[in-house]
Design a protein around this ligand. Structure first.
Ligand code: CTP
Length: 407
């Protein structure tokens, strides 16, 4: 089932240049099954028109041109009362101030007062404003009341300045919404060690051998595990995505770096998930100087990298070990053989020859093969949902293994 199925949300959008990102957020929330009603402030309408939000949500957009004291508005206040949560993204300094002080001079601020469910603000504002004592005080007031106010990201701002004030990444807002609405902590007390992304094997100081892995699958597992209460160490090769807040993040480059980092954190791990696409071979003699152009022929000798997963399986103690397999052809047969060869508990196999799933895609479709002879296909769905399904399977298999051992 979609993780936000049946959840009624109101998405408040306020007047920031980041308002266009609210369209991506809306798309993600609806993709996960939420029923989202959008409320635009008058200033937000200057940045993005209601048609975009009406089309993406499939519902009328509440707007400030609509008098909140009018008769029709009453129904919408009832909508706020029935909403499971109100999410304001982007949230300007102004809306934070109004919410902190209980002002209700437009539609959104009226809804914020009428809401019975939790409130979540994803701030976006210009350099320096976030640090201003007035904003700090308003954020403190809201947080003291149990309202979630996410930390904005640091980086380049629309004004040309740099600082803390960027809207948090859409995926992090989605994750915060999920955490707010489904506070399951079935991984509390677990220590997950997760590897993700490709490795880079140097040829010379400027070139390397690598692969197409984006890291999305491993990061999605780390994110889901954190939401479910686990402590997470994420060992990652170079990727273009930002690590989930709350993870201990260990960036690495080569397979040898990755091996070292994994073995260093293996001791405390209760579950190890190796989603990384480790390069099987590395240049045997990386050149210390840049290799010049103009040569008739050039060949690179490759030597095998250590198999990190095998080593982890051999030294795992009581940890549950999950591997991934990038396959083409007869995925099921290769998966069973690889599971045995590596000596692991669960293998997640995907067919990397197919378009739209697997490497660098947002969706995945996998086959789970376990040590006890079970197989479970997971039909195509977003990687965040595949991540939860893998974690569900790990918990079920471990419980099964423990009861069988106890008998
Ligand atoms: N893996 C690893 N160390 C390596 C190679 C792979 O830890 N040197 C891990 C990956 O992280 C993944 C699993 O092994 O969890 C399978 O990776 P895959 O590339 O599918 O398999 P290989 O073992 O490389 O086998 P082959 O390429 O021959 O299919």
């Amino acid at each position: 089932m979609e993780p936000l199925a049946g959840k009624r949300l109101i998405l408040g959008v306020t007047g920031s240049i980041a308002a266009y990102k609210a369209a991506y957020l809306l798309r993600e929330l609806t993709r996960l099954g939420a029923e989202v009603t959008v409320c635009l402030t008058e200033h937000a309408r200057q940045f993005v028109g209601p048609l975009t939000f009406r089309t993406l949500s499939g519902r009328p957009v509440l707007s400030d041109l609509f008098d909140p004291r009018g008769e029709e508005a009453v129904e919408h206040v009832a909508l706020a009362e029935r909403a499971h949560a109100i999410v304001v993204a982007p949230a300007t300094a102004h809306v934070l101030a109004k919410a902190a002080h209980g002002l209700a001079d437009d539609f959104l601020s009226t809804l914020l007062l009428a809401a019975r469910g939790p409130l979540l603000f994803a701030p976006a504002m210009d350099g320096g404003m976030w640090e201003h004592p007035a904003v700090r005080a308003n954020v403190d007031t809201l947080r003291a009341r149990g309202v979630i106010v996410l930390e904005p990201d640091a980086g380049a701002l629309a004004s040309g300045l740099a600082g803390k004030g960027r809207l948090p990444e859409v995926e992090h807002i989605v994750e915060a919404v999920r955490r707010l609405l489904a506070p399951v902590a079935d991984l509390a007390g677990e220590h997950l060690l997760i590897s993700a992304g490709p490795t880079r094997e140097p040829i010379d100081p400027v070139r390397y051998v690598s692969n197409r892995s984006s890291g999305k699958m491993g990061y999605a597992i780390a994110t889901a595990a954190l939401r479910r209460g686990a402590a997470v160490v994420l060992v990652s090769g170079p990727t273009a995505i930002s690590p989930p807040p709350g993870a201990v993040f260990v960036p690495v480059q080569s397979a040898e770096d990755m091996r070292e980092a994994i073995l260093q954190h293996l001791g405390e791990a209760t579950i190890v998930i190796k989603a990384a696409a480790v390069a099987d071979y590395r240049p045997a003699h990386p050149s210390p100087a840049k290799i010049r152009s103009g040569q008739e022929r050039l060949s690179i000798d490759l030597s095998p990298n250590p198999d990190i997963l095998k080593e982890v399986a051999a030294r795992r103690g009581s940890a549950f070990v999950v591997g991934f397999a990038a396959e083409t052809g007869d995925v099921a047969a290769h998966a069973v053989a690889k599971l045995r060869d590596k000596g692991i508990d669960l293998l997640v196999a995907n067919d990397v020859s197919r378009e739209g799933i697997g490497f660098d895609a947002d969706d995945n479709e996998v086959l789970l093969v376990d040590r006890w002879g079970g197989t479970e296909p997971l039909a195509r769905r977003p990687k965040s949902m595949i991540a939860d399904a893998i974690l569900d399977r790990v918990l079920a298999l471990r419980a099964h293994a423990q009861t069988t051992r106890a008998r």
